[in-house]
Design a protein around this ligand. Structure first.
Ligand code: SF4
Ligand code: SF4
Length: 469
């Protein structure tokens, strides 16, 4: 405890009381982690791969009647939404303590070719692209409905994690650091969490990449200021040692309030916009009459102009082809879903970028420090809470379906969703206020620069409205 450099205040007292014992517990028991990973690997195979090999369940089968129904509930009703929620309270504990994909990737890396990660892999846009591709493929193959699609997406992700681990970076997790779409998601939202691993003896100079140290995600420990790549493996923690990192608890959102000093970067901000947009598009196409009208119009055009390939079905790894379940996508559906999601993503990104740009410009007029670009980067993070709520209610919507199926009245579930959105809007606004304060724009002077962000968060909530209620 002597080495802990805690900031003053309530959070530091709580941190000292709670974080110390938690840290000691994990350091003491970290040797069991390979066993945990082995169990998780078996669970992964049972829930992701086995259901695809079984015959279809009866139409009214419940979770206890058929593994495929159970796996679907476990995956989309529990795992994904709870994973997102858990980030706030426990950071990326899933990645460091439980995820079988990351563990398999690291294991492969210890026995692989140990090549240096190539530039295409370390490019900051790689995980953003990976998220977009996986989200679109998930929609066209029906990942939330068909066990074959879940096996393809998650099995493919596992295979990619192992192959990249085997090829690159000795004994590390290049997949987790540079390419995993879930890691990117958890990393951005980890900045909101109450968990931080901080250097006992920090050195100035900002965050760096270092594949020679103890960290599996190649964080240069002494220079660590951001939490996004930290998977909470506890390997850098040794309570009696004078160096290394220590676990501290902090206020939710503290890192984003101080984002100027915590390595803000364009790829994350773009991910908030692009990722939020593509996820929104993935939900809107299923509920918007406009989508069906467009599809019918293009279908008629294809018949009139003899473009018959559009009306044929494609490969089942690319689109949903399940005649037994009365769902067969044509190339027309594939093109429409992909195009609709891409268009929504672009519209969403352009809209939020413009609003953030206007907020940055107004902050400049009010005397904010920094350049227009630096203010844009910092203020872009204000959308993190509303993006998190959107993804929770969208991709994690199975949780609310499950809540209804266990007897919670639909009105109560709707009230929960509205409360979550309201909380996301208020938190986003609060973060904008705090970020502006770090730019030296305080009090009434910050009000004009808050308006574009408020318009953006409310617009995001309204855009999700038809998909969710
Ligand atoms: S980054 Fe991805 S593969 Fe790595 S541990 Fe996290 S979820 Fe698993
Ligand atoms: S910073 Fe420490 S706890 Fe975080 S991933 Fe690296 S070694 Fe693990």
């Amino acid at each position: 405890m002597m080495n802990r450099q805690l900031p003053p205040g309530e959070a530091s007292r709580l941190s000292a009381r709670v974080a110390g014992p938690v840290e000691a517990f994990f350091v003491r028991n970290i040797r069991w982690l390979p066993w945990v990973h082995a169990v998780m690997f078996v669970v992964f195979v049972s829930l992701i791969l086995v259901p695809a090999l079984l015959s279809d369940p009866a139409e009214n089968a419940g979770p206890l009647d058929h593994l495929a129904v159970f796996a679907n509930l476990a995956l989309w009703g529990l795992w994904f939404p709870l994973l997102l929620l858990s980030v706030l309270a426990t950071g990326r504990s899933w990645c460091g303590l439980l995820c079988p994909m990351g563990a398999a990737s690291e294991y492969a890396s210890k026995h692989g070719l140990r090549l240096s990660p190539p530039r295409w892999l370390t490019w900051p846009g790689t995980p953003v692209l990976s998220f977009i591709v996986v989200t679109i493929l998930g929609q066209t193959t029906g990942v939330r409905t068909h066990p074959e699609a879940a096996a393809e997406i998650f099995g493919g992700t596992m295979a990619a994690a192992i192959i990249l681990g085997w090829l690159f970076a000795p004994g590390k997790r290049p997949w987790c650091r540079h390419a995993c779409p879930i890691g990117l998601l958890l990393g951005v939202f980890n900045r909101l969490s109450i968990v931080d691993f901080a250097p006992k003896r920090p050195e100035p100079g900002g965050d760096r990449w270092n594949d020679k140290g103890a960290c599996p995600t190649m964080i240069d420990l002494k220079h660590k200021t951001e939490t996004r790549h930290c998977i909470e493996c506890f390997r850098c923690v040794s309570p009696p040692a004078p160096g290394g990192l220590f676990l501290r608890l902090r206020r939710p959102g503290e890192e984003i309030e101080q984002i100027a000093k915590r390595n803000p970067n364009l790829s994350e901000v773009l991910f908030l916009f692009l990722g939020g947009g593509v996820a929104l598009g993935g939900f809107l196409w299923g509920v918007m009459p406009l989508f069906n009208a467009l599809r019918d119009g293009i279908g008629e055009w294809a018949i009139d102009h003899d473009v018959m390939w559009l009306l044929e079905s494609g490969p089942s790894w690319l689109m949903s082809v399940h005649p037994d379940r009365r769902e067969v996508f044509l190339w027309l559906d594939f093109v429409m879903i992909t195009g609709f999601m891409a268009a929504t993503m672009l519209a969403f990104t352009v809209g939020l970028s413009l609003l953030t740009m206007i907020a940055s410009w107004l902050a400049g007029l009010a005397g904010a420090k920094g350049t227009l670009r630096s203010r844009f980067l910092e203020l872009g993070y204000q959308f993190t809470p509303i993006a998190m709520v959107s993804l929770l209610l969208g991709l994690g919507g199975g949780l609310f379906t499950a809540l209804k199926s266990v007897g919670l009245p639909p009105e109560a579930v709707s009230a929960m969703k509205i409360a979550l959105f309201a909380g996301g809007i208020i938190w986003s606004l609060w973060l904008a206020w705090r970020i502006l304060a770090t730019q030296n724009v305080t009090g009434g002077r910050s009000l004009p620069a808050l308006v574009p962000g408020l318009v953006g968060t409310v617009a995001v909530a309204l855009a999700w409205w038809p998909a969710l209620f």
